[in-house]
Design a protein. Structure first.
Length: 189
């Protein structure tokens, strides 16, 4: 039975990482960013490499995630890993999915389907940022998308309609007598 950890999944939506990255994340100083090489298990060995696409990125780490991670690392020092097994070895993502994530979903009353997999946390992270008004460019950067157009295609339904916002912006622009134009009687009436 693996040792109890301090909710690694609770910190994942705060950083927007891919599910395959979390189990063998490497530990380093805890700045408010996620830019260290990720790891995965291949043939029982930890393999580390840059994230998908070969680029690192900086992601704002909210206070709640920083506090949770700092507490977790104090409680469960794991020899350079952020999350580990009780033997202080890297976690295998298949093990985490079947033995940690899916049972947690069941306990929470959520059906453990593909739609509710760990990758859903990544989409949750993106949707929280979009709802808060973050730009498509910033969301793309945080998620590691090379092209903000890809981010728009995936998350377009979450971005607010801009017609009303555009009208308000033009109406509020200096030098435009918006109120007088709206209230003036058109010629010939």
């Amino acid at each position: 039975m693996p040792r109890k950890t301090s909710k690694p999944a609770a910190t994942r939506p705060a950083a927007g990482g891919r599910p395959s990255n979390a189990p063998a994340s490497r530990r380093g100083p805890l700045p408010r960013r996620k830019d260290r090489p990720w790891g995965w298990i291949t043939g029982g060995e930890l393999v580390t490499a840059k994230p998908k696409g070969g680029r690192t990125r900086t992601v704002p780490l909210p206070d709640v995630a920083a506090v949770a991670l700092a507490e977790h690392l104090r409680t469960y020092p794991a020899g350079g890993l952020v999350f580990s097994s009780r033997e202080r070895r890297p976690l295998n993502r298949n093990y985490v999915n079947s033995r940690v994530w899916k049972p947690a979903l069941v306990r929470a009353g959520v059906e453990p389907t593909r739609d509710n997999g760990m990758h859903a946390l990544r989409h949750y992270f993106a949707s929280v940022l979009i709802d808060a008004g973050e730009s498509a460019k910033a969301v793309a950067e945080y998620l590691g998308h090379a092209d903000p157009g890809f981010t728009l295609r995936v998350y377009a339904h979450l971005f607010p309609a801009s017609e009303d916002r555009a009208r308000r912006a033009v109406d509020a622009a200096p030098g435009l007598p918006a109120d007088s134009l709206r209230t003036r009687t058109p010629p010939g009436r």
